[in-house]
Design a protein around this ligand. Structure first.
Ligand SMILES: NC(=O)c1ccc[n+]([C@@H]2O[C@H](COP(=O)([O-])OP(=O)(O)OC[C@H]3O[C@@H](n4cnc5c(N)ncnc54)[C@H](OP(=O)(O)O)[C@@H]3O)[C@@H](O)[C@H]2O)c1
Length: 379
């Protein structure tokens, strides 16, 4: 049985679902001759680790208890005080990252320790920079490490065989692997265009059906499709981070501030100017007319209106675009992600990747598949 040691950073929606997947896939993995050994877990405040990371792991009963405690909104610290009984240890504050580095130096090169970043924080970048030098494999759902500085990107991507990050762009969809396959075959990719926000995909197709933009956004918030402040989706920043990751994979040496980002709302309706309730009640209706006009114009041109990322030559943009109704993006309905990749081989007809691009279940499944994908690197 091949034993794969794992440290999980982030026990939120995705991290906890990943734990559930790991536990429920035990017999499936055993049939494949592998076992995931979770040796450490951390949230924003603390780290829970097996006392002897060589021979011990956080067993399934502890993992499920972590799920229960974290689902109730408590910190891992609460759990640490009740379950630590010689088999586990808990660390807080600066000790957390120090301990992760220590474990990485013990299990990185020798055992292929995988560090999975399912946080939404930039604070993990420092530790990721260090563990790559210790031979660890890295799996990311967190977009920030690859969408921060080019220096961090280069460092974390130093050995492409040891990093997987499918969930940074399309949750569980095979976007990155498809792109990397094309690139590594020497087929030059000259254009990528995609709808990479399930929330904005939903909003645009509802508006296309004749509903008011303000009402659609309010409904999306009620259904839990948006962030608590929908402006986090409507700013386009999340799509821009995904676009930046794709652009960098194509070799563009750019940063977030080189991307032209079109926001749905003007600066004077931004979070620092207008409280969220005010925006939802009074700000949103002021945006209806403009979106309605754009939809009508697109329709009279035989096009559909979509919020997309576009990467072409050295250009990377994120915003509202008219697209042919019969294209994969034009046909998009609801919250699916769609990515069209154009290259020499996929010239007239692009390679299209489409499917659910969000959700804890799909995203965690993408992370788990990424973890297993690298295991052939180790004997
Ligand atoms: N959900 C999706 O559909 C989806 C799809 C694609 C990608 N993603 C990405 O997946 C990541 C996780 O998403 P989520 O929905 O699970 O987020 P979430 O529910 O907000 O959970 C984030 C977790 O990260 C922990 N955390 C914060 N700072 C940390 C640090 N410095 N070190 C270690 N852990 C830290 C938080 O700790 P506390 O519990 O203490 O707050 C929390 O447990 C995000 O980057 C997101 O963009 C999500």
């Amino acid at each position: 049985m091949k034993l794969i040691p794992l440290i999980l950073m982030g026990c939120g929606g995705v991290g906890l679902q990943l734990i559930h997947h790991i536990v429920s896939c035990r017999s499936l993995h055993a049939n494949k001759g592998v076992r995931l050994r979770v040796v450490g877990l951390c949230d924003s405040k603390s780290l829970l680790v097996a006392s002897d990371v060589y021979s011990m792991e956080l067993d399934d009963s502890i993992l499920l208890e972590v799920c229960r405690v974290k689902s109730n909104g408590s910190s891992l610290v609460t759990l640490a005080s009740s379950v630590v009984a010689g088999e586990h240890q808990a660390y807080s504050g600066p000790e957390v990252m120090r301990k992760v580095i220590e474990i990485a130096s013990l299990l990185g090169k020798s055992k292929g320790l995988t560090i999975a970043d399912c946080s939404a924080s930039s604070e993990t970048i420092g530790v990721l920079n260090q563990v790559v030098d210790l031979g660890c494999c890295i799996v990311l759902a967190n977009k920030r490490p690859l969408s921060s500085s080019l220096e961090d990107f280069d460092k974390i991507y130093g050995d492409p065989r040891r990093i997987r990050h499918e969930s940074t762009v399309g949750a569980g969809l095979p976007v990155i692997s498809s792109l990397n396959r094309i690139l590594s075959s020497g087929d030059p990719v000259n254009r990528i265009i995609g709808s990479l926000s399930g929330t904005l995909g939903y909003v645009m197709s509802e508006v296309e059906d004749g509903k008011l933009f303000s009402e659609v956004v309010r409904t999306a918030k009620t259904l839990g499709y948006t962030e608590p402040d929908p402006r986090d989706d409507l700013s386009g920043m999340d799509v821009a981070r995904k676009a930046l990751i794709l652009a960098r994979l194509l070799g563009l040496r750019i940063n977030l501030d080189s991307i032209k980002i079109e926001s749905f709302y003007p600066e004077d309706m931004g979070p620092s100017v207008m409280p969220v309730n005010d925006f939802m009640k009074n700000g949103l209706p002021l945006l209806d007319k403009d979106i309605e006009d754009k939809i009508k114009r697109a329709s009279s041109n035989g096009n559909a209106l979509r919020y997309v990322c576009m990467i072409e030559d050295s250009r990377c943009e994120v915003g509202i675009r008219e697209l042919p109704k019969e294209s994969a993006l034009g046909r998009l309905r609801g919250s699916d992600n769609v990515l069209e990749i154009y290259s020499r081989c996929y010239n007239q007809q692009p390679l299209v990747v489409q499917g659910a691009g969000a959700g804890n279940d799909t995203t965690a499944a993408g992370v788990l598949a990424d973890i297993l994908d690298m295991q052939d690197l180790f004997p």
